[in-house]
Design a protein around this ligand. Structure first.
Ligand code: ADP
Ligand code: ZN
Length: 673
């Protein structure tokens, strides 16, 4: 009999450190086992032999989990890195790499449409000289390198990805293509399926757990070689990974906001590092982080400056709503207050010419505030520090916690006034456009209208077949979609994005406008018309508009980097945020004070923390969310290691945190609300 050995095992439980178990089995790092934990049995990941033998009464490993293959060493090291860097228990990180359901070979045919359709093969076009140059440069590198492909919308970045994928498959290697959830449309999957047919597996939130599990096994067992998906696709373990592509690398949705708060772009670069393979980051508006890394020489920069088809990028026009208001009114035509005469005329012209127009507003519903016309009282969510949004005629909804109630006509505060809607939402735009353009078909795309894959497919079908003339929507229509007949895109109110309490607000606005300008005129047509973009605003001089109008990415970046540098904000410095929350307001406030006191003490105790800056504590911009009172504290520093060890010391054993209160650590936070 082999003597029992000690093993370090990361169990599937919120425990920071691995536990020690006994086993006579010969285990390997990266193997899944069943272990007893308290009164139950749970899964654990074997980390390696344990060196400390002091503990007595150790429990034994029950058995090796036969349902999953052993993890490869690069993948195992990557999970360990995620756990250390994001300070999240390894057992919970590892859990993400397991399929949602048991493996099953079911004969039941799903009623849903195919996730990846089988399409006739489509061949690669002759590449443009810019595309060729970019590919030659990328292919001249071997092993792990990160390439930033900065190319204007329609410059043929996707074609570059397809070419690199082809090479990877020829070398009998597999690949991951990451796409932001919102851009992961059936249109995009089709484009890959046309080139690689049955080699594609997909992974995203619109798939059922069964579909996801099947696609997971297709990759793990090597039946498919290309995994295309949203950020969680990274967690599907691939044996022989040769290429990782992150499209739209600047997208904030790559950052996961709960549990393991990882950034999929950064995690992808690290996965490439452990697998020693190429990583391609692509965008028309790279994040300042990636741009900075390219300038430092950590990433290789490749630029595509012209569009493949049309002569140029669409013209961007800014309409000053203050001037529009001052113009004499045309009494024949009464326009709603959100629509300028200039934009109205442009829409009419595009529709008359048989093309399509899209209007974008980053706000769902009928109105963002319902206010009393006598005392000004507005209706707030009882669980959150947020106004309720009006949907249809009388339905109030909280967009944060999904609380619903019916609108009452009379004000509950003064009992005299009437409640009336103020502000705008996509639903209201749709309603008013229908009246303004009778005989034209208006369709809306937002989270209320489009809740699953079928809804999205129907929407795309209606636009592609010309059933729809006018589209109204939120982010959904500003990103990822690609329609040949779309010639005009309007941003109804740019000001919604200005003045957000976030140092990245300018970057977001700039990206949004450039992405929007990328929608029209992507296709070759006889007119050679690159399309038009119209932006309505009360602040035409705003910094985010200045550069976006001229598609001047580098100008924007240089100006923004100067400002970030002065304040040591990322990418020049690094941030960690601590969110303190409790169901009791006083407890939350006291805990915030305790945390900041601990932080100040640490800083004065250790010289390596001298240069760290502690900002706050302050009430979070949304002071109450889902019945939790919220405070936050930001720690800013130049290098990651000092910040990381600072947080470890600060949090300690966490026993000092009152029950029912929480401190949530977010490394490299993106959303500060
Ligand atoms: P991006 O990803 O940069 O927005 P795409 O790869 O989608 O650009 O290319 C824009 C359009 O041009 C697509 O319709 C694509 O099929 C087409 N295209 C790309 N490269 C070429 C090429 N070399 N020759 C002809 N058409 C191309
Ligand atoms: Zn709410």
């Amino acid at each position: 009999m082999i003597p029992k050995q000690h093993w370090k095992i990361a169990v599937h439980a919120p425990i920071k450190e691995p536990l020690t178990y006994l086993s006579e089995l010969s285990l390997k790092p990266g193997q899944w086992v069943h272990v007893p934990l308290g009164k139950r049995s749970t899964l654990g990941l074997v980390l390696g032999p344990a060196e400390i033998y002091e503990k007595e009464n150790l429990k034994s490993v029950s058995d090796i989990d036969p349902s999953l293959p052993e993890m490869s060493q690069p993948f195992f090291k990557w999970l360990t890195w995620l756990s250390e860097y994001y300070q999240y228990p390894l057992g919970l990180v590892a859990e993400l790499s397991r399929p949602a359901l048991e493996k099953k070979t079911s004969n039941r045919v799903s009623k849903r449409t195919e996730v990846v359709p089988q399409l006739a093969q489509d061949y690669a076009p002759e590449l443009t000289s810019e595309q060729k140059k970019c590919l030659e440069e990328i292919k001249s590198y071997k092993g792990f390198h990160t390439h930033l492909v900065h190319g204007v919308t329609g410059s043929g970045k996707t074609e570059i990805y397809l070419n690199l994928l082809e090479k990877t498959l020829k070398q009998n290697q597999s690949a991951i293509v990451l796409v932001p959830e919102i851009a992961l449309t059936p249109q995009l999957i089709q484009r890959f399926a046309k080139r690689f047919g049955d080699k594609i597996a997909a992974f995203h939130s619109q798939m059922t757990p069964r579909e996801k599990t099947n696609h997971w096994w297709d990759i793990v067992e090597g039946r498919k070689q290309i995994m295309i998906g949203a950020r969680s696709a990274l967690f599907c373990p691939q044996e022989n990974l040769g290429l990782i592509i992150v499209d739209e690398e600047h997208e904030p949705s790559y950052k996961q906001d709960d549990k393991l708060k990882y950034h999929a772009r950064d995690a992808a670069v690290m996965l490439g590092h452990f697998h020693q393979c190429q990583v391609i980051l692509g965008s028309a508006t790279p994040s300042l982080e990636s741009w900075h890394n390219a300038k430092l020489g950590k990433y290789h920069l490749h630029q595509l400056k012209s569009r493949v088809h049309t002569s140029g990028l669409p013209e961007v026009e800014v309409i000053d709503l203050r001037e529009e208001k001052a113009k004499p009114q045309d009494h024949q035509l009464v326009l709603p207050s959100w629509l300028s005469k200039s934009l109205y005329d442009k829409i009419s012209k595009v529709l008359d010419d048989g093309f399509q127009a899209a209007l974008f507003l980053n706000r769902r519903g009928m109105a963002n505030v319902v206010m009393c016309n006598s005392c000004g009282h507005s209706i707030e969510c009882p669980n959150c520090d947020i106004n309720l949004t009006l949907h249809s005629k009388s339905h109030l909804v909280c967009h944060y916690c999904d609380y619903h109630e019916n609108l009452k006509e009379n004000c509950s505060a003064c009992k005299i006034g009437e409640m009336s809607p103020v502000g705008l939402g996509t639903e209201k735009l749709e309603q008013e456009l229908k009246k303004l353009f009778p005989g034209k078909t208006v369709i809306r795309a937002d989270r209320d209208e489009i809740q699953n894959r079928e809804d999205l497919e129907n929407f795309i079908h209606d636009v592609e077949t010309g059933k729809a003339d006018l589209l109204v929507g939120t982010q959904m229509i500003a990103k990822g979609l690609d329609f040949p007949k779309l010639k005009l895109v309007g941003l109804v109110l740019a000001d919604i994005g200005f003045n957000l309490p976030d140092f990245r607000a300018n970057e977001r606005n700039f990206q949004l406008i450039v992405q929007m300008s990328g929608r029209p005129g992507r296709h070759l047509d006889d007119s050679g018309n690159p399309g038009q973009v119209v932006i309505q605003t009360f602040n035409p001089e705003h910094e985010s508009l200045k550069f976006a109008i001229h598609h001047d990415f580098e100008g924007f970046v240089e100006s923004e980097l100067t400002y970030r540098k002065a304040l040591l904000y990322p990418p020049h410095g690094r941030l960690i945020s601590l969110r303190i929350q409790s169901p009791d307001r006083m407890t939350a406030r006291d805990l915030a004070t305790t945390v900041s006191q601990r932080a100040l003490n640490l800083k004065s105790q250790f010289s390596q923390y001298e240069s760290l800056e502690i900002l706050g504590p302050a009430e979070a911009p949304i002071a109450k969310l889902k019945n939790q009172y919220r405070y936050h504290l930001l720690i800013k520093g130049q290098g990651s290691p000092a910040l990381q060890s600072f947080i470890k010391k600060l949090m300690g054993d966490e026993k000092w945190i009152p029950t029912r209160s929480r401190i949530i650590v977010d490394i490299d936070p993106l959303h500060l609300i």
